[in-house]
Design a binder for this molecule. Sequence first.
Ligand code: FUB
Length: 337
Amino acid sequence: MLRQALAASAAVLLMACGAPPEDPFAGLPVVNTDGTNPIVRDKFTADPAPLVHDGRLWLYVGHDEAGEGEMFNITGWLVYSTEDMRTWVDHGSVMKPTDFSWAIRDAWASEVIEKDGRFWFYTTVEHDDTDHGKAIGVAVSDSPTGPFVDARGSALVKNSDTDGPHWWDDIDPTAFEDDDGTVWLYWGNAHLYYAPLAPDMISFADEIRRVEVDHFVEGPWLFKRGEIYYLAYAGIDETEHDWEQIYYATAPTVTGPWTFRGKIMGIAENSFTIHPGIAEFKGDWYLFYHNGALSIDGVEGALGRRSVRAEHMYFNEDGTIRPVVATDEGVSVARGE
Ligand code: FUB
């Protein structure tokens, strides 16, 4: 009797509120249902860049398609999303390098930031011969799923804009909005550069500067927790290993001074590169990275055939980050400090 009464009141409530909202992503391919690693198993993916927006975590990656004898062949950027860090939906391609009229290939590392309701995609590509080398482009979309279009018609940073040691020093942009609304870009390989963006998001408000942090190689990722600014990055300490590991530094302001704090994660299985992407989502912190351990249909993982992964990340009371270990369980296991 009681059960019937409850069912009747639930039905009345449903009629009053209307039908439950439809899942806007119903019908899209689901690539993972339990949060184990790697996140994507039907494609090789690299350089994970998380964005939290509207109750979902969006994960931008490069599509690794290196063949035999190729170091890298990253043909475009893809995006996946989740609302629980376990079930991941495949939203497909958001952009490819030649969507920038001045770029010729190489969908290297990126980060997307939301500002005033638009999504700004800062990313690495190979510039055409008018300014040979790696360059940073900026594209924009009204949706996290894209499509993204070139927002300025030329590179935001060209190889000739900086005084780097080689033609691939202008890579791997990370974008971060400070408390006063200024968006800062850090980027680099061997040299670590930074500059504030102008309010138009497609030009700089000040000159490009350079900062040094211990063991820096590439892949900077800038974020803030409480009053502390964090810069995680891929670096090499040859006294330990000649492959990249994930290190970090902290600072009291977005421009430093940066204090080296040590290692977050050791070398990636079967991949010289490792690339941090860090996000707080629904109260927990996550470290995204890649390794080369996945094989797909007999094609083995490699430097140019990587796969993105996620782990829980925990802080000590003083704000330092506890070392993170790469696991196959990933975030499928219950959170435990
Ligand atoms: O994926 C190409 C390059 O390798 C990235 O830009 C670097 O961070 C490294 O992961």
